[in-house]
Design a protein. Sequence first.
Length: 198
Amino acid sequence: MVRIRSVLIVFAAQRPGTAVALRRAMNRSLLLAAAVLALAGSLACKAESLERPLDVGPVASGPGSIEAERRRLQGSWRLDRFEVIDSAGAARVVRAEAILTYDEYGNLTVRGKLLEPIPGEKTIEHPLLQYAGPIVIDPPKQQFRLGAIKAPTAIDPGLESKIDPSFLRKYELTETTLKISYLNSSGSPTAIASFTRQ
């Protein structure tokens, strides 16, 4: 760099009037190089900041949080009583058996069997009930909805009209009991299932 600069100075000295123009050209080159270096440094800082993991704070796990409610629901529950509710609001017990399991990953699994037809139906088209999938819990409202469930067998049409996967589920939970009320799109109850912890 020293040698190039001395050559340029000698060249400028040999040609009068070029010294000022040469100095200006060198200043512009230096300014351009400084701007390029500043831009590269700025981009490097931005790239570095994007690679850092986001700090989203601690996961809520106290009473009333989703995590706390998941822990309360976790385990296996045996069906004690299943009631269906007609359009007039009258409840009728239907004989059935089922085991509901909620795991640590937020997945709900139900395996059950209808032992008699749903009121208004003459036969049981599909006696077995099996489905599994994630649920979305709303602890303050004490309710949940099914996510994308997998059902290896078809649900009995009469039963599906009472516990359709799209229905909202309201729940009441204690250490040993779980009561689920099924609400249709109008918000009317269609069935109630009462479970005991196994």
